[in-house]
Design a binder for this molecule. Structure first.
Ligand code: NAD
Ligand code: UDP
Length: 340
């Protein structure tokens, strides 16, 4: 049985990936400093799969703590989710983002090399395409970044490329996620943002559950069908499966390869509001406001490469995404926090 280390293992995408990996027969070790998550997510994973997840509270910037983990467990590969992801905050605190994301990844890779574990799946983002000139976006599209968060993802991609160039025995899969949404169908795990959500889907869910008054739709004058921004929303369980397929791919391939993980289908903000309220039979009041600075009009993936090389395709529909997001929100109005 292969043993996989998930950095950022208690987070949103990692907890869903833990379910998929355990169910596929992998042993999962989760490492997280809990800066943006709770260990409760992993207890819920165990509830779903019937298998405990080994949890280590540690920071990826702490080389000694990482060494201890690699010495204690015979780790075959790392899926590297750990990092900070709030775009707005990254413009205020760029050094923090470069420290957690870039320096953290360098430390992780140094310890991996030392311990001779040279297989890594990295959580990148469609943000590395900047304002792409063409959609659907292909992996070969030029990369750029418009904020320190995006810059940190791009820098990490470049670092991993240099690492493989220097030592071709590394096996690296760079997964560029489009817009992950939804939750496991049990409603036991899901996205649990701290404070006011930055992303559309958790915001819609919190309006629906009555935690926020209304959604602000950022701009209705984009060159899109209804004037609102278009994105490629992907069910988090499809995304989780992508990691399983990437690990399988790395068992057979050296070098580095980047893959878009999206559905290839774009939906507007108003499409999402409508799907959510119609599917779940609940009102989502909204108000159109100005564009959010830095947003692009349209972003969706060409996911042909992942289909062909990873033998992966999405299985969940838009209705699944909004239904599962709502089930999680309804069953856990306070996320993983206990309600007394
Ligand atoms: P998340 O915040 O739920 O998960 C990240 C986890 O990393 C958290 O549990 C956090 O506590 C942990 N972490 C942060 N810094 C750490 C450190 N220094 N040491 C140890 N643990 C640390 O976010 P998520 O949405 O699950 O995202 C996972 C990854 O995917 C991130 O790298 C993110 O940038 C990337 N990504 C996310 C999205 C998205 O929309 N959710 C899109 C593209 C890429
Ligand atoms: N959006 C919105 N209101 C919100 C949050 C997001 O109208 O409160 C829009 C945003 O302008 C974009 C889409 O929803 O067109 C997806 O935004 P999100 O922040 O979820 O993802 P990203 O911009 O990173 O693709």
């Amino acid at each position: 049985m292969s043993t996989i280390l998930l950095t950022g293992g208690a987070g949103y995408i990692a907890s869903h990936t833990a379910v998929v990996l355990q169910q596929a027969g992998f042993r999962v070790i989760a490492l997280d400093n809990l800066v943006n998550s709770s260990e409760e997510s992993l207890r819920r994973v165990a509830q779903i799969t019937g298998q405990a997840v080994e949890f280590i509270k540690a920071d990826i910037r702490d080389a000694d703590a990482l060494r201890e983990v690699f010495n204690r467990f015979a780790i075959d590969a790392v899926v590297h989710f750990a990092g900070l992801k709030a775009v707005g905050e990254s413009t205020q605190l760029p050094l923090k983002y470069y420290d957690y994301n870039v320096a953290g990844t360098v430390t992780l890779c140094q310890v991996m090399a030392e311990c001779n574990v040279k297989q890594i799946v990295f959580s990148s983002s469609a943000t590395v395409y900047g304002a792409a000139a063409e959609v659907p976006i292909h992996e070969r599209a030029p990369r750029s970044a418009t904020n320190p968060y995006g810059q940190s993802k791009l820098m990490i991609e470049l670092i991993l490329e240099d690492l493989v160039a220097a030592d071709p025995s590394w096996r690296v899969a760079v997964l560029r996620y489009f817009n992950p949404v939804g939750a496991h169908e049990s409603g036991l795990i899901g996205e649990d943002p701290n404070g006011i959500p930055n992303n559309l889907m958790p915001f819609i869910s919190q309006v629906a559950v009555g935690k926020r008054e209304q959604l602000q739709v950022f701009g209705s004058d984009y060159p899109t069908q209804d004037g609102t921004g278009v994105r490629d929303y992907i069910h988090v369980m499809d995304l989780a499966n992508g990691h399983l397929q990437a690990l399988r791919y790395l068992q057979k391939h050296h070098g580095i390869e980047a893959f878009n993980l999206g559905t290839g289908q774009g939906y507007s903000v108003l499409d999402m509001v409508k799907a959510f309220s119609e599917t779940n039979d609940i009102a989502v009041p909204y108000q159109i406001v100005d564009r959010r600075p830095g947003d692009v009009a349209v972003c969706y993936a060409d996911a042909t490469k992942a289909r062909q090389l990873l033998d992966w395709q999405t299985q969940y529909s838009l209705v699944d995404m909004v239904r599962d997001a709502w089930r999680w929100q309804r069953q856990n109005p306070e996320g993983y926090r206990q309600i007394d």
